[in-house]
Ligand binder design. Structure first.
Ligand SMILES: [Zn+2]
Length: 437
């Protein structure tokens, strides 16, 4: 696809149509209520939640993309000035409410932009998505895959959200006399909260804006803004830190739970070495990243005995992730078999260029051969001038990937806010021509 036609989660000027995968802040940088650069496509749920994020937005610019249905838009080719049709389909990304991936087809070929997604092997929703994708890609090859490479590193291997949710529940159950605060974003982790609410038969406190979101999502009578009716509170992630937990514990015994695939360290955390020597499972360390999924919640070790004067021991991290872990990414790439692949998180301390890991799976090698064949044909036909740059793109990108990986290994500890900052800065793409031609 030519530059200047389509942007996904990228809100700079210069495209004719814009696509939003979901409403997480790191995908919205540059998008405001005063948006006027062009039509914005999103899923029905995202459109429903949109006014909360962007009050006063010109809703005539908002277009709903129904999941599993082909839509089409006629765009102008910036180079030729002629019109060209772009077909697109949204597919459930199973990330947060409303999150979708987009499949594009047209004269340019076939491109898939996953946005953030989690397709667990055991998930029925993921299976539905796979079936949908397979059908939509029937008879065509995927030329370019833009992949959620948040955890594109073999060290990231964590359990399904179902298993992680049971771990969270076990931690809560082993602290019957504690208040519990769970860190969540403005959107996402609803299923975890619903599960806790259902099993423990309790309401869950959320802050007022979050309650509004829950009501829009159709979750009534489960969440509350009254602190007196429940000991379990879902709090904004930004407010979740050692100081808060310390303050809460001066009033009532309270534990904090951070559901995340990322290793997490509180802002003012001190004494990591000391803590790691004690190594209480699930407490502020990243055991699951070694590939060993946590099999128990070690509830016995996490009671008051470990919290004696150690404020950091108030906090549990659980590998509940709305992003695919590495083995899931690998299966996904094997499934869609792209010719080329790019990460949507262009830089972070925890991942590398997906081609480094998946170059052997995707068909870039065949693509290079194909390109050479095409070059020979075109040279013999003396048609046009071929830009050779892309034919060497794979090699150079893979070398870059290795370099990046070396750098990463030296960065053992990753601060979640750093990663999130990078994601906020570098999400989204303008879809451009990626075919070796
Ligand atoms: Zn997201």
């Amino acid at each position: 696809m030519e530059s200047g036609m389509v942007s996904v989660d990228r809100w700079t000027a210069g495209s004719q149509v814009y696509f939003l995968t979901h409403l997480h802040a790191d995908h919205l940088s540059g998008l405001t209520s005063k948006w006027s650069r062009g039509p914005l496509y999103c899923s029905r749920i995202t459109a429903k939640l949109f006014p909360i994020k962007f009050p006063g937005f010109d809703l005539s610019l908002l277009h709903i993309v129904e999941i599993g249905q082909w839509h089409s838009v006629s765009l102008l080719s910036p180079s030729s000035g002629s019109s060209t049709a772009v077909s697109f389909m949204a597919i459930d990304a199973h990330h947060c409410p409303g999150a979708v991936m987009y499949l594009f087809r047209g004269e340019f070929g076939c491109t898939l932009y996953t946005g953030d997604f989690r397709w667990e092997s055991t998930s029925e929703r993921a299976q539905t998505g796979r079936t949908m994708l397979l059908k939509a890609m029937k008879d065509v090859q995927l030329d370019m895959l833009y992949l959620d490479n948040t955890y594109c590193n073999p060290t990231y291997c964590f359990p399904s959200r179902e298993v992680a949710a049971r771990q969270v529940l076990s931690i809560i159950s082993s602290h019957p006399n504690h208040d519990v605060v769970i860190a969540v974003d403005t959107l996402g982790k609803e299923n975890l909260l619903l599960y806790i609410s259902r099993v423990l038969k309790t309401k869950i406190w959320v802050w007022p804006e979050r309650l509004q979101t829950m009501h829009l999502l159709g979750f009534h009578d489960i969440f509350t803004t009254k602190t007196s009716v429940t000991r379990i509170r879902a709090v904004p992630r930004y407010s979740f830190n050692i100081e808060t937990l310390e303050g809460l514990n001066t009033m009532r015994p309270t534990i904090g739970i951070m559901p995340s695939g990322l290793p997490w360290a509180p802002k003012a955390f001190r004494g990591m070495e000391k803590l790691s020597l004690e190594s209480p499972p699930l407490l502020l360390h990243n055991r699951w990243h070694t590939g060993v999924t946590t099999s128990s919640t070690s509830s016995k070790t996490n009671g008051g005995s470990l919290s004696s004067g150690r404020h950091d021991h108030y906090i549990y991290t659980v590998p509940y992730s709305d992003h695919s872990c590495f083995p899931e990414l690998q299966k996904f790439v094997e499934f869609v078999k792209p010719i080329n692949i790019k990460g949507i998180v262009s830089s972070s301390a925890c991942n590398v260029d997906p081609l480094y890991h998946f170059g052997g799976i995707c068909r870039i090698q065949q693509a290079s051969k194909l390109l050479c064949q095409r070059l020979r044909i075109k040279r013999s036909e003396k048609v046009g001038v071929i830009d050779m740059k892309s034919s060497f793109g794979c090699t150079s990108t893979m070398q870059l990937g290795r370099k990046k990986r070396k750098r990463q290994i030296s960065r053992a500890a990753i601060h979640v806010s750093r990663v999130r900052l990078l994601r906020r800065e570098r999400q989204g793409v303008k879809i451009v021509d990626t075919d070796p031609d």
